[in-house]
Ligand binder design. Structure first.
Ligand code: NAD
Length: 501
């Protein structure tokens, strides 16, 4: 796909082929830095959704019986192709999402690591064997694929989040239907074609472009065994309830409001760098972005001064501009929503230290930009504190001490990630122990677990029992079978109605 101004079409990828279906509905896909239409994506009807499910269903039997090393080798070849196409993929992400190229490349690297993890599937799926559990009896257990798995992904990581899902699911022997965000759908198509080029048989990975119609078909069709969802909390809840009601295994990751706590003994330069990086990177459109700084009174003034200096030096521009720090937001509607939150915060009485409304980016005046914004002296009852804004808005709350910081973190409805900055091991340990949060950083602002751990929040940031990717991903995409076997057949236990012991 070129970066030219020709509006391009983005089709589905079903059973090894691109298709748009008959009389498709179309949605516009923007270049957010320019504010112009870049492409249009086909939105699936129930018919196309069922065609994708059918393709995956028909491919399942043969794929699930494909030797494990063959499945692993597909992942090795996919890894090589991904590596060769990193730059092209980053350009696609930047064009439709808007994040700066270096950030797009970083997110691709974090997705890439999940493919590397899936390359080890032979080791990951090794079963357990207990010989001689009784005389002449052995017992062994194994984890087997589920069938058709579906993945529904958000706009903010159009490569990384799909790579959290389908490589591991497919390496486990499942087939997959990926429903990417309709706001930046080209990257998913590119990934599917790479996997196909790597040797995936038709139907093993299908990309279904679309909106709620596609999602609701995936959630209710009896041929879909499991659904992984990443997106906002209201939709995560809908996906979880609808999917489980239809008998599916569901993991649904939702929104966040991540706190970074700065204690009095912290290195304040490090803490200020971390807050700025984690609040404004990707224009705040990360589920692990820090949107709340919890600052101990004693060092608050000094920290705010450091933040102001750093924020003033940020370069806001189109993601393709060299050395840009921050790009635009995803859509004009989202830009308006974030600016409305800044209005709300000012009305609620938080101190607006830096106002990102009205930012004009030279050469990109029609882009969906909002400048980095800083609120101080917010309180826990304010909407800018309670609600996920998902933009470049950092809100500071001042507290007396560690205890008050933990109480604040734990009272919030979200529990995705949080961080503490301190030099004192005892305080960090206390924070980790007591914080009711799924992923915690100690002097690390965005503690996204590596591919060989697993990613998952608590409370209203995750619906379901298992986190995503890593060991919990293997668990999610497989089910347990345990065999108890007696050989040889010539010893007869005789009739005995007691419980086997
Ligand atoms: P979203 O919930 O609007 O959309 C996510 C997916 O759901 C998309 O594929 C979309 O087409 C589909 N969808 C949207 N509305 C739907 C509806 N009513 N019914 C059925 N399907 C629907 O989320 P988004 O705006 O694309 O992404 C941003 C959100 O995702 C933020 O809340 C962010 O915190 C969250 N997120 C969470 C994580 C995590 O790991 N917890 C990671 C990334 C993003």
């Amino acid at each position: 796909m070129s970066d030219s101004h020709t509006v391009y079409d983005i089709p589905h990828f079903i059973d090894g082929h691109r298709s748009t279906g008959e009389n498709p509905r179309w949605a516009e896909v923007y270049n957010p830095a320019e504010g112009t239409v870049a492409g249009r994506v086909a939105l699936a009807s129930q018919v196309e959704a069922e065609a994708a499910i059918l393709a995956a269903h028909q491919a399942f039997r043969q794929w699930s019986e494909t030797p494990i090393l063959t499945r692993a080798r597909l992942m090795f070849r996919f890894r090589e192709l991904l590596d060769q196409h990193r730059t092209e993929l980053a350009r696609i992400v930047t064009r439709e999402h808007g994040k700066v190229l270096s950030d797009a490349a970083g997110s691709i690297q974090r997705g890439f690591e999940n493919v590397e993890y899936a390359c080890g599937i032979a080791e990951l799926l090794k079963g357990d064997y207990s010989p001689q559990v009784a005389t002449g009896v052995d017992s062994y257990s194994m984890r087997l694929p589920l069938g058709v798995c579906a993945g529904i992904t958000p706009f903010n990581f159009p490569v990384m989040v799909p790579l959290w899902m389908f490589p591991l699911a497919i390496a486990c022997g499942n087939t997959f239907v990926l429903k990417p965000s309709e706001k930046d759908p080209s990257a998913a198509l590119f990934l599917a074609e790479l996997l196909h080029e790597a040797g995936a048989p038709p139907g093993v990975l299908n990309v279904l472009q679309g909106d709620r119609v596609a999602v609701d078909t995936l959630l209710t069709d009896p041929r879909v065994a499991a659904v992984s969802f990443v997106g906002s909390t209201p939709v995560a809840e809908h996906v979880y309830h609808t999917g489980t009601r239809h008998g599916k295994r569901v993991q649904a990751l939702g929104g966040a409001k991540n706190h970074l706590v700065v204690l009095a003994d912290a290195d304040l330069d490090q803490a200020a760098d971390a807050l700025v990086n984690a609040a404004y990177g990707s224009a705040g459109e990360r589920c692990m972005a820090i949107s709340v700084g919890v600052v101990v009174d004693a060092i608050a003034e000094e920290l705010v001064a450091k933040l102001k200096t750093r924020i003033g030096q940020l370069k806001i521009a189109a993601g393709t501009v060299a050395h840009a720090d921050m790009g635009p937001l995803i859509t004009r509607e989202h830009q308006a929503k974030v600016m409305a939150y800044i209005d709300v915060g000012a009305r609620e009485g938080a101190q607006l230290v830096i106002d990102g409304r009205g930012l004009k980016v030279a050469g990109a005046t029609t882009g969906f930009f909002v400048g980095p914004t800083l609120f101080d002296h917010a309180s826990p009852t304010m909407r800018i504190y309670r609600e996920e804004i998902f933009g470049p808005v950092l809100t500071l709350i001042r507290v007396a001490d560690l205890d008050a910081a933990i109480t604040l973190v734990n009272a919030h409805e979200y529990g995705n990630g949080c961080a503490v900055f301190t030099r004192e091991g005892g305080a960090a340990r206390e924070f980790c122990r007591r914080a009711e949060i799924g992923m915690i950083g100690i002097n690390v602002p965005i503690p996204v677990p590596m591919a060989f751990h697993s990613f998952g929040g608590w409370k209203r940031s995750l619906f379901g029992d298992t986190a995503i990717y890593g060991p919990e991903g293997v668990h999610f995409y497989t089910r347990l079978k345990t065999v108890t076997a007696r050989w040889p057949l010539d010893t007869r236990p005789g009739v005995n109605l007691n419980f086997p012991s």
